[in-house]
Design a protein around this ligand. Structure first.
Ligand SMILES: *Cc1c(COP(=O)(O)O)cnc(C)c1O
Length: 422
């Protein structure tokens, strides 16, 4: 599509947008007394208006039924995690029994590492991307130490080439080949939180499969943002959070994917609790743990119903909109933002002021663009914040902006780009 830098053009894109009515389903935060330009859905997604109602149902059942809500509530709490199987399996491209909603992201990452990081002899290394999210890094480090090993020897990073910021698939694959006999695990964030790069997960998975190396992915910035096919791609396990693109509220519940290949491998070490036990015998209060087959067998505690109620409200919206349509709009919306930033809006000195470090090819990114500022970046960020933009600043010099197809519109993207220029 040939883009134009004008408010009228931005508005015409909004008019043609088949998802335009979804914005009305969300509460838009205010700044300076009017709707803020909210470009922070990669950090905390906005609240669906239906969340209040969903929460109210559970509060009422708790109020009126007490413990009976477990069996006789409108959404019986005992089965709450089952309510997500269908929506989540569609979002990540999995069979229903390959996913379960539980806990928080880093907790789940640790649970998965206990089962799937199994160092044996010299096969004891974890391969990760440079600039991985710190929480993940801390988990890798401690898990290595739990095995009595040294993180310095066991964590291998794929680095960008000199002068580059993002990673090349061929370099990732080459690194896997180089360490093929020493790798116990390859673990990648599918979309990097800092650069916005969406990695070629299938190609990395193929390289791992070839040498029977376990491959896990962190979908924190990928779920609800890009289309995923975890089962088809032969991913071993994955985990994500729901408060970013899935709009399920601060600290919202996480989830995991475990490939059916491992569904009945009960010899894998794992942490246990009654919710992961066979449902038929869970309440017999027996002594020995009998894990359920599939991802559900990694559960530990009973479901956090109040936070799950918000998740449920939000996933209904994804079910209706569908990832295919969302991604289509997303590519156009981010493409428009990129066009405005790169060409039209550029002041003669803008090259000196900022550069987009996110890949240009829309296949290699989600909705986020990371704008590297050259000087006075923090000041620029503070200025746009004052003017009503909610984005985020990542040290040392990056402004991350994420136009989200569910609730952001082309008009806002146009306004943001012009604000940045001014
Ligand atoms: C957001 C994010 C986290 C946050 O972890 P929590 O356990 O949800 O606090 C972890 N890892 C990545 C890659 C993230 O993007």
């Amino acid at each position: 599509m040939k883009f134009e830098n004008s408010l009228a053009f931005a508005r015409s894109l909004d008019k043609q947008d088949s998802l335009k009515d979804y914005r009305k389903l969300f509460h838009i935060p205010k700044a300076n007394g009017k709707e803020a330009i909210y470009l922070c859905g990669n950090s905390l997604g906005l609240q669906p208006k239906s969340v209040g109602q969903h929460l109210k149902v559970e509060l009422e059942d708790w109020k009126n039924l007490g413990v009976e809500g477990h069996l006789h509530g409108k959404n019986p709490w005992l089965y709450y995690h089952h309510f997500f199987s269908k929506s989540i399996s569609k979002l990540v491209g999995a069979k229903e029994n390959e996913v379960v909603v539980m806990n928080q992201l880093t907790v789940n990452l640790n649970l998965m590492l206990i089962s799937f990081y199994r160092p044996i002899g010299k096969r004891n290394k974890i391969l990760i991307q440079a600039n991985e999210f710190p929480s993940d890094y801390y988990a890798f480090e401690q898990q290595v130490k739990l095995h009595g090993l040294n993180p310095k020897d066991c964590i291998v990073e794929v680095l960008p080439r000199k002068g580059e910021v993002t990673l090349r698939t061929e370099d990732i694959v080459a690194k896997i080949e180089e360490h093929r006999d020493e790798l116990a695990l390859v673990m990648f964030s599918a979309v990097n939180y800092y650069t916005g790069q969406f990695f070629e997960i299938k190609k990395i998975a193929d390289a791992c499969c070839k040498h029977k190396i376990i491959f896990g992915v962190d979908l924190a910035h990928a779920i609800g943002n890009v289309e995923l096919k975890l089962h088809e791609w032969n991913i071993d396990f994955a985990t994500w959070c729901s408060y970013k693109y899935l709009n399920s509220g601060p600290g919202g519940v996480s989830g995991v994917f475990v490939n059916n290949y491992h569904a009945k491998n009960f010899s894998l070490p794992r942490l246990a609790g009654w919710w992961g036990n066979d449902e038929k015998t869970r309440f017999k209060m027996l002594k020995h743990f009998v894990p359920q087959a599939g991802a559900a067998g990694w559960q530990i505690s009973n479901a956090p119903v109040l936070s799950m109620a918000a998740h449920k409200a939000s996933l209904e919206i994804f079910d209706k909109a569908g990832m295919r349509a969302l991604r289509k709009k997303s590519e156009l919306l981010t493409g428009y933002l990129e066009f405005l930033l790169k060409s039209e809006v550029r002041s003669p000195r803008s090259e000196e002021n900022f550069k987009i470090i996110t890949p240009e090819n829309s296949k290699h990114r989600g909705c986020q663009l990371s704008i590297q500022t050259k000087k006075n970046g923090k000041k620029l960020f503070e200025k746009i914040t004052k003017a009503g933009v909610i984005a985020d600043w990542r040290e040392p010099d990056v402004i991350r902006v994420a136009p989200v197809p569910l609730y952001n519109i082309f008009e806002e993207v146009w306004k943001f780009a012009n604000l940045l220029r001014d």
